[in-house]
Design a protein. Structure first.
Lengths: 188, 130
């Protein structure tokens, strides 16, 4: 049985915990604390260590889902969780002050995961603001990282079906790159 | 919405005073910090150290301890101990507050005495904030 470990990254308030809650087949392991930064993101609690969930796709592939805390002060957890993951769902809330810059920051911080597996980007809360369009995010990615192929979606982390689509896109992406790598290695 | 305890000067002052008292009582105490549940440094000893990174780590550890206790259905986590060849870290929540006390003792302390001191001062902090 194949197994994948996928990291859910992105800034506080992007919907990482919600996405894992939507996807997980098991009770999610949460590490929430009351949020003292409600002037920055107005939500009652925030993840301070990790979220953990699991989902079985196609009845045989177990995907382990880890969520990071979004704030920079928890970047030691980013390092711990990054080492065990093979791919990343990067969620960015479009109502952040500069969501494109947030996306590029996390792409840069978690670049290892692109190199080891793959990355997809999900833009959340797009319905709430007249923020950057998907094309703006894609253009910024192409401009700053022209060698990377990263799909960008609009998502609602509360919607399981949407998150499953994002996750499957990532898993297929990872598996295709693995297969291509194996084919190229065999040809050498 | 209320701002975090780390932004309240009276709390920061009380926390700093309390940690200094703790050091007077326990010479084996080499580092101590009070931090918010969501990882903000409130006060630390020695005061001149940068507590931001440790505050984040300690809050993650506290939350993971709570998650483990929940997973194994053993109620709530009362304290966390990390023992190493050079000493002990004892960590516990200040009762009734969104605050955590984390204290490093050298090997001159026993785990029992380190825990007793940490518990006493967590309780004192709770009383100061009543």
């Amino acid at each position: 049985m194949a197994e994948h470990v996928i990291l859910f990254a992105g800034p506080m308030g992007a919907g990482k915990s919600t996405a894992i809650q939507s996807l997980s087949d098991i009770d999610v392991v949460r590490t929430e604390a009351n949020n003292s930064e409600r002037h920055i993101v107005d939500k009652a609690t925030t993840t301070v260590a990790l979220d953990y969930g699991e989902i079985l796709i196609d009845g045989e592939e177990k995907v382990r889902l880890y969520g990071i805390p979004g704030q920079k002060r928890f970047d030691f957890m980013w390092g711990i969780l990054k080492t065990r993951a093979r791919g990343m769902v990067l969620l960015v809330n479009n109502d952040a002050p500069d969501p494109v810059a947030e996306m590029l920051y996390f792409i840069d911080e978690f670049r290892d995961l692109y190199d080891r597996g793959g990355v997809v980007v999900g833009i959340s809360r797009s319905d709430l603001v007249d923020g950057p369009t998907l094309a703006d995010f894609s253009d910024a990615l192409e401009r700053t990282n022209p060698d990377l192929v990263i799909p960008v979606f609009t998502v609602d982390p509360r919607e399981r079906d949407q998150m499953v689509d994002v996750l499957l896109t990532l898993v297929v992406n990872i598996e295709m790159r693995e297969a291509l790598g194996a084919t190229m290695a065999a040809a050498l | 919405m209320s701002p975090g305890l780390h932004t309240k000067p009276a709390v920061v002052k009380a926390a700093s005073t309390l940690l200094a008292e703790m050091k007077d009582v326990a010479s084996s105490l080499t580092y101590a910090a009070l931090l918010t549940d969501d990882g903000f440094d409130v006060a630390r000893l020695p005061g001149e150290t940068d507590g931001a990174r440790f505050a984040g780590m300690a809050s993650s550890m506290q939350a993971l301890g709570d998650a483990v206790a929940h997973e194994l259905k053993i109620g709530t986590s009362e304290y966390i101990i990390i023992a190493s060849g050079k000493g002990y870290v004892v960590q516990l929540r200040v009762p009734g507050q969104e605050l955590v006390l984390s204290a490093l003792f050298d090997n001159d302390a026993t785990i029992g005495s380190a825990l007793a001191i940490a518990r006493t001062y967590a309780q004192k902090m709770a009383e100061l904030l009543k």
